[in-house]
Design a protein around this ligand. Sequence first.
Ligand SMILES: Cc1cc2nc3c(=O)[nH]c(=O)nc-3n(C[C@H](O)[C@H](O)[C@H](O)COP(=O)(O)OP(=O)(O)OC[C@H]3O[C@@H](n4cnc5c(N)ncnc54)[C@H](O)[C@@H]3O)c2cc1C
Length: 261
Amino acid sequence: MEITSDFLVLGSGIAGLSFAIKAADLGTVSIVTKKEKSESNTNLAQGGIAAVHDKRDRFDYHINDTLVCGAGLCKEDVVKFVVIEGPERINELVQWGVDFTKAKNGNSSIYDLGREGGHSMRRVLHAKDLTGSEIERALHEKASLKRNIKIFENHIGIDLILESNLRPEIKKDRDKCLGAYIFDTQRNAIHTFRAKFIILSTGGAGKVYLITTNPDIATGDGISMAYRAGAYIANMEFIQFHPTCLYHPDAKSFLISEAVR
Ligand SMILES: Cc1cc2nc3c(=O)[nH]c(=O)nc-3n(C[C@H](O)[C@H](O)[C@H](O)COP(=O)(O)OP(=O)(O)OC[C@H]3O[C@@H](n4cnc5c(N)ncnc54)[C@H](O)[C@@H]3O)c2cc1C
């Protein structure tokens, strides 16, 4: 089967869904996702998202806290960009229906802001202790209202289709990505998805380690596909391990949250 759309998005976590919601105003979007649409790291995130929201907080403070924690490894322009964009992106999530926990009366922010390691101010917005699943719920609801978005569950991205795969005479520096081969696990068939723009939002690779808080889908597929297609891969040494995780030999591991730590 061949499926054509303007945008092909691999992955239905916060990255893929938020891209798809915006892209749907510009064209048709196919989202393929490995298992059920909510199985993602996003769905498991608990603590919340840090952004300047308290009237007493400032971008300078958040930038400085981040650079201190980065211990000389951060790119300052990237830190500035992410910190300054933060409040606006949070407002966007709120407009899309994410219900962050509100503060009790008398606080200097409308939200109940947590304070986590490395932060000099309270700035972590959360939805109880289930922030990620609330974000995933709201984004799926928003995406379902967009007629231009079609989600294909149980569809695994196998490899990108490069023009040079079809026409070997194409030089590497002129090569183009035309789509992806996608394995439909329920029909046991490989489909060709073609698109003008292909977005890899397949999350991280935590599951390559034996013990992790990450879900089974986190096997670095997008990173491998990009690498095979000739992309430059950077910063692979940065893998986040939660310091506390429930381990049982016969059950899946899961995060014991910072609240308990
Ligand atoms: C237990 C836990 C707690 C966390 N807590 C926090 C927190 O408090 N605050 C915070 O900021 N971050 C937290 N994180 C990190 C955060 O969840 C991730 O950084 C973020 O969700 C990544 O989003 P994403 O969209 O890039 O990837 P994901 O949410 O992992 O989405 C990846 C998507 O790609 C799909 N996919 C993967 N491979 C393929 C393939 N080959 N073909 C098709 N689809 C594929 C998956 O099915 C999934 O839909 C936590 C993570 C975990 C695991």
